[in-house]
Design a protein around this ligand. Structure first.
Ligand code: SF4
Length: 493
């Protein structure tokens, strides 16, 4: 199992821990083969557009703990993402009928003089001020490039303030410059929760941890008949809820890109078994995932019955959708594991997947179990995907490729990427709720939404007529991978 050490304040970045990469051009099958044989190489780019930042991904999870406060120890510009997560938080509250509350997010406003004299005094003052203002049950301090470069001892301040205030004050080390893979920020957030919030179990419960974003509560329907209760983690949890996720009967991840670290850490440190089958997208994938769930929860007979009933309900409907979608082509862009999920859904519906731009690749997850490899599952179940590009949101590559392949539909996972399809007149679908495509019903859900999107092609055709493109004709005629090259061997320590 990869290095999980909750005694250390920091989690190792994914490049070092898992050997993850951000640059690759080739086929999915070749990528899986390289990953399995230890021959994976990262391909660097000589030109790069903007990317994400680990700090934002750490904040994405910590910002929705209902009774915690977050202090971003950073120049104020690093807090640009407060607005978007507060928005998601408020929307989620409405969907869950929770009382309306603003996120409790603060920034220490590191300025030029602080980079010379240090900013720990400012941090200490901010922690006291935040405690006085909002009386949270825990305070998380997310770090930044600036706080790390000047060498502020955030851990010392956090430990000191924990003693002074009597609540956990937890350092979360997620400086953007440390890793090219911004999902390292998820690991930093979970590491800070596992090492400072989660307590040893007092007993075993019938709860099952669902590591997810803020999607719909589909796991209630799966787990309730089995006698288990879904415990959605981390968004909309309280600090007290998180303290005893160590008592759960199992951990389910909606997406291993999100939950690889916490799933493995809970298993390694507290013995909570992780469901290691790839998440349930597509029919064979759902069969395998349910089989694993039944095995871990000791409900094999009930699961077998459920699979039979669901096959009888879903397969005839699926056949109808396949007929309607026959011969259609698709291209997709998404984060790693959700991208693999989308490939399974599209192939299940009979699409020819012309290619994919996937934000990074983890050759292995923290549980070190190759059965969790969702891309390998896709390749083995549905065949290879050519034009599989690992591309950390480099829009210039995406636009160039899309302009060549002109698929019938593009599926995107991130809002900032959808406009490129629309500008080129390619119908583009974005579904924010990753639970929407999960399980048997998920395949049907996607089929319906894809048909709706294809029916409305005129919208993007008109949009394209009136849009301008920042990329020149020259660039669109170049090899999309002109700036990708220079392999770097990946070593996992
Ligand atoms: S990359 Fe560094 S400077 Fe930029 S937002 Fe992230 S932490 Fe702040």
């Amino acid at each position: 199992m990869s290095s999980i050490n909750i005694k250390s304040p920091e989690v190792q970045i994914r490049e070092v821990r898992l050997g993850s990469i951000t640059g690759y051009e080739g086929s999915a099958g070749e990528l899986v083969k390289c990953a399995r044989t230890g021959k994976l190489q990262d391909s660097t780019r000589s030109f790069s557009q903007c990317m994400g930042c680990s700090s934002g991904n750490a904040f994405c999870q910590l910002s929705m703990i209902k009774d915690a406060a977050i202090i971003n120890h950073a120049p104020v510009g690093c807090s640009g993402d407060f607005f978007s997560f507060n928005f998601v938080y408020r929307v989620g509250q409405m969907e869950r009928d929770l009382p309306t509350a603003m996120g409790r997010y603060f920034n220490t406003n590191i300025e030029e003089k602080d980079t010379i004299f240090g900013a720990t005094a400012k941090l200490r003052e901010t922690v006291r001020e935040v405690y006085e203002r909002v009386r949270p049950n825990a305070i998380f301090i997310t770090t930044s490039c600036a706080s790390a470069i000047i060498g502020d001892d955030v851990e010392f301040v956090a430990n000191d303030m924990t003693e002074e205030l009597g609540i956990p004050v937890v350092g979360c080390y997620c400086e953007g410059f440390k890793s090219k893979i911004w999902t390292t920020g998820f690991d930093s957030a979970y590491h800070s929760i596992v090492r400072k919030i989660v307590k040893p179990p007092r007993k075993k419960t019938n709860k099952v941890n669902i590591i997810n974003f803020w999607g719909s509560r589909i796991f209630d329907d799966i787990l309730k008949p089995l006698g288990y209760e879904a415990n959605y983690v981390v968004p909309f949890s309280t600090v007290a809820d998180l303290e005893y996720i160590s008592e759960a009967a199992a951990t389910i991840q909606i997406c291993p890109t999100l939950g690889t670290y916490i799933g493995a850490a809970l298993e390694k440190v507290y013995g909570v078994p992780e469901i290691k089958a790839p998440p349930a997208y597509g029919i064979p994938g759902t069969d395998a995932w349910l089989g694993e769930l039944g095995r871990v929860l000791n409900r094999e007979a009930e699961i077998e019955e459920y699979i039979k009933k669901e096959h009888a309900r879903v397969l005839p409907l699926l056949e109808e959708y396949r007929k309607k979608l026959q011969g259609k082509t698709a291209y997709l862009t998404a984060g790693a594991a959700h991208g693999h999920a989308l490939i399974a859904l599209l192939r299940e519906l009979g699409f020819q997947v012309q290619g994919a731009a996937i934000f990074h690749h983890d050759p292995i997850y923290d549980n070190d179990d190759p059965t969790s490899d969702a891309l390998a599952h896709d390749v083995n179940t549905y065949g290879d995907v050519h034009n599989y590009n690992v591309c950390n949101k480099q829009a210039y590559e995406l636009v160039n490729i899309l302009n060549r392949v002109r698929p019938d539909i593009m599926i995107a996972r991130h809002g900032g990427m959808t406009l490129w399809g629309a500008k080129l007149g390619v119908p583009t679908l974005l579904i924010g709720d990753e639970q929407f495509g999960f399980g048997y019903q998920g395949v049907l859900n996607y089929a319906e939404r894809i048909l709706e999107t294809l029916d409305n092609k005129e919208f993007v055709t008109n949009l394209a007529k009136h849009s301008s493109m920042p990329y020149t004709k020259w660039w669109l005629e170049q090899d999309p991978f002109s700036f990708l090259g220079g392999n770097v061997d990946v070593e996992v320590y």
